[in-house]
Design a binder for this molecule. Structure first.
Ligand code: GRF
Length: 198
């Protein structure tokens, strides 16, 4: 069976991208990193791309006169690299609807909480974990969901709960505990997707 070709979009350090590409390299995932796109030219994810010999591009909306040209650029890059599945891994920008339509049911995003809790507009990064603390939750977790035009509200593909929240926790401590689970959960989610689509 041919390997599923992954297109990864990230804005930051890329530890999720690294975990997924490492699983591919270790033969744990029958997939391969085809291309990485970041909206941030200095993002650490470009170093992750180099480590795994995956081409990476800096592409951001402000490089284009209009949204259609931006969408076409993303679509063309993913088509050139024959991407089957697009993974958002800390990608902090809106996706053009044309891209979502071109990869229907093949765009995933990871959210560092148990959606629908602690999700929606403005709920990203450390704010998610601040909300977990503020609401007094005793545990948290990770959600991988399909990306549709409604963004954080796409159908859930995989969730991993049971991440403890301790009384004297800080948002940063929770974030670090959850991030470790993200790395495993995203790989599991890619496997679940491949089992459904191959
Ligand atoms: C993760 O916390 C993820 O849940 C969120 O953005 C962060 C990405 O981290 N969407 P990294 O760049 O993969 O290390």
């Amino acid at each position: 069976m041919s390997k599923t070709r992954l297109g990864i979009m990230a804005s930051g350090g890329g530890s999720n991208a690294d975990a997924i590409l490492q699983s591919c390299a270790d033969g744990k995932l029958n997939a391969t990193g085809a291309v990485i796109i970041s909206n941030n030219k200095d993002a650490g994810v470009h170093n992750v791309a180099k480590k795994h010999n995956v081409p990476s591009y800096h592409i951001s909306r402000d490089m284009f006169r209009d949204g259609r040209q931006f969408a076409d650029k993303l679509i063309n890059i993913f088509r050139e690299h024959q991407v089957d599945l697009i993974l958002l891994a800390g990608y902090m920008r809106k996706l053009p609807p044309a891209l979502i339509r071109s990869w229907r049911n093949a765009v995933l995003n990871i959210h560092p909480a148990l959606l629908p809790a602690h999700g929606g507009k403005g709920m990203y990064g450390i704010r998610v974990h601040e909300d977990v603390l503020a609401k007094g939750d005793k545990e948290t977790g990770v959600t991988i969901h399909f990306v549709d035009e409604e963004y954080d509200r796409g159908p859930i593909l995989h969730q991993v709960g049971g991440v403890p929240v301790y009384p004297n926790d800080t948002p940063e401590k929770i974030a670090a505990r959850v991030l470790e689970v993200e790395h495993r959960a995203y790989c599991e989610a890619v496997q679940i997707w491949m089992d459904k689509h191959n």
